[in-house]
Design a protein around this ligand. Structure first.
Ligand code: BES
Ligand code: MN
Ligand code: ZN
Length: 501
């Protein structure tokens, strides 16, 4: 899909559909909506007067123009109340409106720049939010379905602006939003892919092709190299699978010599639980247990495309977690890369095992801060539900930066405490640590396990189990893999480099 910015009059645009908007409570529309209303001989204000159009958030009213305008249809989208209106609304109404118009078969759409009118938001930020909302809201994963002969598709979305002076900023914002939206969709593509179509080997191949596309270095380490490095925890998880594990390492150098940030992502391409096998109901969702790794790979792709002035190394331990005659068993002891031994109590607590070795590797590479992203615990999902992603941090400034980075793109990040006492429940009789502890506070014990390997590093652990996928279409979000926290990671890295906005 192409996203364009044009100077002109929305009412005269020849697109197959035109989107205008309305705040709740406005009775005589102005700006672009006003111009279209006039060209329609007051049809919009009449529908407002009759109470059909109220301007409630995401309310949609489709009007057929029957030759009065060059476009055959106008969609009026409600923006809700003016107080509380922000870029999240811009992103969401764009996604909702475009999905509605796609159903009409309109292949080209022109839109008002939501937020840049009476709301007075920064035009560049609005254009970015519209492009993100368009890319994300129109996303579909239908590669595995029989090709549909009347598959409807929007090919072009044009942002139309009357004022010449705003065009440059709008073009910058739209381009940036397109890249961020596309990056999110790359993460979604990987996570939606079934586990037989995205094995660790194929995930590594995707990482390689995305890296190549964005000018990033990609190295894939094989089992023999992991053995040489002593990654016994990662290899212990891989032991039950016939699919060879891959350690995907991406290096992007866009900044001047300073610390290189470490981005680590859980890459379990399927989590059956292993010998501690999961119940059948819902197990198919565990094809998405590599969402953290997918978001990390995609964030690097975005940073490369934006030519961001940052240095970052991504480490994604990719493997299946399967039961078999060669699988790790409860009670087995594994030795991580830093020499510490781990008693495996539950083979379903595999994410922390693969991340333990990734963290050791990041520390050896002197990466700082270390940011890991994982669908780590059901406990975090129970705690937060789909409205926020949880995280723990050893560094208050970093935690604050992460919350801000998420807020800026509509991905809420919520901090949880690292309660040191909970380390006690991870004491093992036979090893340095065991991989599960108390059931209560399970997300925090999991984080304490990782903390044992992060030691004194400046470190953040993001547990995205609550938000890795959604059950319905809503605004810029669609059913299935969310692509969270790709954009948050990009924002965070830009802010750490001092070039954020
Ligand atoms: N991948 C799961 C966590 C998960 C659950 C992610 C639901 C997304 C949705 C993880 O590997 C896991 O199985 N965790 C266990 C840990 C337990 C055995 C201590 C869990 O949370 O039940
Ligand atoms: Mn598991
Ligand atoms: Zn898992």
């Amino acid at each position: 899909m192409e996203i364009k910015v044009e100077k002109g009059d929305l009412a005269q645009h020849p697109a197959k559909a035109v989107i205008v908007n309305l705040f709740e409570g406005v009775t005589s529309p102005g700006g672009g909506t006003g111009a279209v209303d006039k060209a329609l001989d007051g049809a919009i204000s009449q529908l407002i007067a009759e109470g059909e159009i109220k301007g409630k958030k995401s309310e949609l009213t489709l009007i057929h123009t029957l030759g009065k305008l060059p476009t055959p249809r106008v969609l009026v989208v409600g923006l809700g109340k003016q107080e509380g209106f922000n870029l999240d609304t811009v992103r969401d109404v764009t996604g909702t409106a475009l999905r509605r118009l796609r159903r009409t078969g309109a292949s080209t759409v022109a839109t008002i720049v939501h937020g840049a009118g009476i709301a007075g938001l920064d035009p560049e930020a609005c254009a970015q939010a519209i492009a993100e909302g368009a890319m994300m809201g129109l996303y579909r994963f239908d590669r595995l379905k029989k090709p549909d002969e009347d598959r409807k598709q929007i090919d072009t979305v044009t942002l139309v602006e009357f004022e010449e002076s705003k065009l440059k900023a709008l073009r910058r914002g739209a381009e940036r939003g397109r890249i961020l939206g596309q990056g999110t969709n790359h993460a979604r593509d990987m996570a939606n892919e079934p586990a037989n179509q995205l094995t660790p080997t194929l995930m590594a191949e995707r990482a390689q092709s995305l890296a190549k596309d964005a000018g990033i270095e990609c190295q894939v380490l094989e089992r023999a190299e992991m053995e040489k490095m002593g990654m016994g925890a990662l290899l212990g998880v891989a032991a039950g699978s016939v699919q060879p594990p891959k350690l995907i390492v991406l290096r992007y150098r866009g900044g001047d010599a300073r610390d290189t940030i470490g981005l680590l992502g859980k890459g379990i391409t399927f989590d059956s639980g292993g010998i501690s096998i999961k119940p059948a109901a819902g197990m198919e969702e565990m094809k998405g247990d590599m969402s953290g790794g997918a978001a990390v790979i995609s964030a690097l792709w975005v940073l490369g495309k934006l030519k961001a002035p940052v240095n970052v190394t991504a480490i994604i331990p990719a493997t299946e977690n399967m039961p078999s005659g060669s699988a790790t068993k409860p009670g087995d002891v594994l030795r991580a890369m830093n020499g510490r031994t781990i008693e495996v109590i539950n083979t379903d607590a595999e994410g922390r095992l693969v991340l333990a070795d990734a963290i050791c590797y990041a520390r050896q590479e002197k990466l700082s801060p270390i940011i890991d992203v994982a669908t780590l615990t059901g406990a975090m999902q129970i705690a937060l539900g789909p409205g926020a992603t949880g995280f723990m941090a050893t560094d208050d400034a970093l935690a604050e930066a992460l919350v801000k980075a998420g807020e800026a793109c509509g991905e809420r990040m919520w901090r949880f405490p690292l309660i040191d006492e909970y380390r006690e429940s991870l004491k093992s009789n036979v090893a340095d640590i065991k991989n599960t502890g108390n059931r209560y506070g399970g997300a925090i014990t999991a984080a304490k396990f990782l903390h044992f390997f992060a030691e004194d590093s400046s470190w953040v652990h993001i547990d995205m189990a609550p938000t890795d996928s959604f059950s319905k279409d809503k605004g810029a979000w669609v059913k299935g893999a969310s692509g969270i926290p790709t954009r948050t990671l990009v924002n965070l890295l830009l802010s750490l480099s001092g070039k954020g906005k």
